[in-house]
Design a protein around this ligand. Structure first.
Ligand code: NAD
Length: 303
């Protein structure tokens, strides 16, 4: 039975996730490079270790919630790495969003070191991390998934076992590719409707109850008004920042390339969000892409 958990990466997501584990009664020893992240964790019931390796000693479960694949692979390996520091048969859960390729490399390294591993990226954002309502998409073997479930349930409300190593990351990349493409499609439709003299509310009332219905429209509506809780009503404060959407679409694009899939809309969405996130749009909710579409449309009209 899991008693002690090491938690590496106590940022916007990892901080509240580690706190929820402590609240659920686990002994959590955390580590992060950022002093502010360490302070939030200690203020909320997480013990802080002097290094990642020190956090992993004696842990039954080692969780990582880091920015990218290179951070995960670096913190796993070498002298002072988590794989060497953990006791044999520890369960490694990587909850970061990384490429399928890096996730499979991580699985191999974990197994070679005599441990068990799952890729377990999340959806639900910072709000879900704080409320303990994340969804975990999990890749790895059945037995390890069963062992991880009580721990994951302390941080989220849904766990989906998607298949073998890398399947969790694959599910996340595919889902977010749908989301990026559909947000662009919904935003283009609103801008076109505006140009045609249609009110945003009228288009919403039709599409939300017709075949255009989707999450980007009915929950995260890119125009203010129809869905009061959507980021458009608070000047596009995220929500889900465009920079993160650009990152996730980059991972999907990497997967398209390695598999040779002809996903033209996915590739275009990746390009559109990458450009948008390079500017001020990066810190805005991804629904702010509608403003970019409107601005580009104006330029074309004047040309
Ligand atoms: P963040 O930047 O807030 O947190 C990452 C933390 O990792 C930082 O505190 C950083 O100091 C720490 N870190 C980096 N290298 C480290 C190392 N070697 N040792 C210890 N700590 C180290 O990022 P976040 O928003 O918490 O995202 C974490 C992961 O979750 C990312 O992979 C992201 O794509 C994914 N994710 C984020 C969201 C979101 O809404 N923020 C939603 C879903 C998934």
């Amino acid at each position: 039975m899991t008693k002690q958990i090491a938690f590496i990466g106590l940022g916007n997501m990892g901080g509240p996730m580690a706190v929820n584990l402590a609240k659920a009664g686990y002994t959590v020893r955390g580590f992060d490079l950022a002093p502010a992240a360490l302070k939030y964790a200690t203020d909320n019931g997480v013990t802080v270790a002097a290094s990642a390796a020190a956090a992993a000693q004696d842990a039954d479960v080692v969780i990582t919630m880091l920015p990218a694949g290179r951070h995960v692979l670096a913190v796993y390996q070498g002298e002072g790495g988590l794989l060497a520091a953990a006791r044999p048969n520890a369960l490694f859960l990587d909850c970061s969003t990384i490429s399928v390729e890096d996730a499979r490399t991580a699985h191999e390294l974990i197994e070679e070191a005599g441990h068990h591993g799952l890729d377990a990226p999340v959806s639900g954002g910072v709000v879900g991390a704080e409320a303990g309502t994340l969804t975990f998409m999990v890749g790895g073997n059945e037995g390890d998934f069963a062992n991880a479930e009580p721990v994951l349930k302390a941080m989220g409300k849904r766990t989906v076992h998607c298949g073998g190593p890398g399947a969790g990351q694959a599910a996340k990349a595919c889902n977010n590719m749908i989301l990026g493409v559909s947000m662009i499609a919904v935003s283009e439709a609103f801008v076109l409707g505006e140009r045609l003299g249609l009110s945003n509310q009228a288009l919403f009332d039709v599409a939300a109850n017709a075949t255009g219905q989707c999450w980007a429209l009915t929950t995260n509506c890119p125009v203010p008004g129809p869905v009061p809780a959507s980021p458009a009503n608070r000047d596009y404060q995220p929500g889900f920042a465009s920079a993160l959407m650009a990152k996730d679409l980059g991972l999907a694009a990497h997967a398209m390339e390695s598999t040779g899939v002809d996903a033209r809309f996915g590739a275009m969405a990746e390009e559109i969000y990458r450009r948008f996130a390079e500017g001020e749009g990066g810190q805005q909710d991804f629904s702010a892409i509608i403003n970019e579409i409107r601005a580009n449309s104006k330029t074309k009209e004047m040309a």
